[in-house]
Design a protein around this ligand. Sequence first.
Ligand SMILES: [Zn+2]
Length: 332
Amino acid sequence: MNSNQDQVRIRPARASELPKLAELVRGRLPDLMKPNPATQRDSIRKHLAALLPDEALLLAIDNRKLSGMAALDLDHAKLLAMYLDPKQARADTARQLIGRVEETARGYGIQRLNCTVKPQAWAFMERMGYQATGLPDDNQPVDLSKRLFDEASDWEQQVARVHRELGIPANYGVKHRLKTVPEAQKRVSVGLDIFNRDTELAVAAADAWKAMRVDARQHDIELQLVSGFRGVHYQAELIRKKLASGQSIDRILRVTAAPGYSEHHSAEALDLTSPGITPLSQEFSMSRAYEWLKSQARLYGFRESYPNHNRHGIEWEPWHWRYRLNFDPRNR
Ligand SMILES: [Zn+2]
């Protein structure tokens, strides 16, 4: 037996697990449903389902059994509820679950996390770095909060500094439901973009891109690179230029991701165009290239990140495609 198999694994909940989780919440976590205590099964499920795309519902899995669960309310920067199975949970499960919730919250740019706990959990939460926000009463639930930013990495602090400098609102990540994207360190050149700049991608994304371009050519479609990897500094410079040209930050952020939050940092995102099309324009959505990508790109692991009416409130970017490792391997 590998010792890793004995460890608690923390991961986001999946849609297929919702019926069981809803049952658990109904029986054990009435607090999670506070706005409507008489909640029925279906609405609990809906409530939990709303947390899935943001990876805000986290599970502790121990030997394939659920040993704990925690939820993050992004809009209120609140650790919502925590459940530990008294039989399955280990001493460390709560600490790991809370740590992962904090990591997720920091990813959305949340700098202070709040929670309300029963008096008996207060001492534990204090050890986790949470402090009472008001004058606590021994018999009442206690309001606590923790400054997450103190534990942010150098990179996260650097991103926050750039945001302050550019006047990007502190709730940017939460509002757009975007998480920070670390800069990829391992990158390879995939040749020149249409502006004759050297373009870099992560190794797997580079291989997939080359294979996809060859396949497209065989269907008489020419895919051209507009942009691949872009770092935080580059993204900040892009926004500085737009600010200097008189655009408001709100307007800019509808079409340009904030530094630290661009998928291009991952070196797995591509901006594409085709001959005769104005790069980075909606015109691309009418092209044969786009039509081909819509049906074929997923076979190479590429997905359109910001389709029309996406949940991030970002304008449609038909040219922007992101490589993901769990691509559909059929036809490869
Ligand atoms: Zn892009």
